[in-house]
Design a protein. Sequence first.
Length: 395
Amino acid sequence: MEIGTPLLEGSKKLMLLGSGELGKEIAIEAQRMGIEVVAVDRYDMAPAMHVAHRKYVIDMMDPSALKSIVKRENPDGIITEIEAINTDALIDLEDSGYKIIPNAQAVKICMNRIELRRLAAEKLKVPTTTYAFAESAEEVRKACRDIGFPCLIKPEMSSSGHGHVLINKEDEIEDAYKESISHARGKSKRVIVEEYVKIDTELTILTYRYNTGNGIVTKTFPPVEHQRPSYYYVESWQPATVQDDVVEKAKSYAIKVVEELGGVGIFGVEIIKSGNRVLFSEVSPRPHDTGMVTMASQDISEFQVHVRSALGLPTPEVRLLTPAASHVILAEREEWNPKYLNLEKALEIPGVQVRLFGKPYSYEKRRMGVVLANGSTVEEAKEKARKAAALILVE
Ligand SMILES: Nc1ncnc2c1ncn2[C@@H]1O[C@H](COP(=O)(O)OP(=O)(O)O)[C@@H](O)[C@H]1O
Ligand SMILES: [Mg+2]
């Protein structure tokens, strides 16, 4: 394989559809490899745009906008970094010869909770929570009766916990359904109704595929463990503290689902452990937010692996080097041009690193940065990451 020189004839070019914090790290890894990077998002000054050669601000739900910049740039690979992208346009682009990472169909399935459940639970028979699909309050009622209370409803399409509503009893159903679909992406009225399980812990099995030149192989990272006080990401760590048999099960489900989705690149397979049940939950066809910890824990991060796979390059193995943790830095309120205070205090803690994403504006609970910390144990790493994150203020 040949890599040319960025900005000159023969350069290898990657286009990022979505330029958030994960995209920024992908862009940095691509830059390190001498790749020309084009960052796209719906707003200007998005994180990856700060480290790309060029940027475009477009509505990625608009098929003609998407196609016209792809045709203008003619990238060697298109990396989808967010879910809110017109997937039919991606399929058309793939049909006309563009390389979508991991592949257009996988992106379409993973953004849709119903399609993904059909694939994982019904086709592949991978264990999941008990669930039903519904498209009216009446159908939710029927599903709740079958599944039992409490149950959790989620819109067919949404991300970061948007539209997740817990239903404890019969008379909450009507409002819960309305509330849930009001947070849906797009016009769909469909929801998934899931049994609400008591979570002991959650794992992300980062699973990647690359072309060896002699076929595609599927491999996994050591598991990342995380805990959420709510439906969004707060902290994650490696190594995971679960038993080997849980890891083995989790990895086998991850490999099964990812092999079915196909293509190349990294996937974040979310696994829930509840009592002695190990359940597949969902999968991102891209690096995962909980996997930011791999920047501190491993010799090769999830971002580097994704770039290599996208370029057709191998990663025969990744190694865990040290216990590490990551912890988010959240904003408290809406603000243009936010300022960050107390970095000097946070960085006084040995083994701590800070990544600030450079988002041009904040709102309540928006993720603005992340602390990475390593330690001699997971507990020590977590403690340092929490402490440092608490010191940093966003104003
Ligand atoms: N059936 C469930 N029972 C209990 N908690 C759940 C259930 N489904 C999801 N969760 C919790 O909510 C989080 C977000 O749910 P998920 O389905 O991953 O949605 P999102 O696409 O918003 O990440 C999970 O990581 C888990 O902590
Ligand atoms: Mg999730």
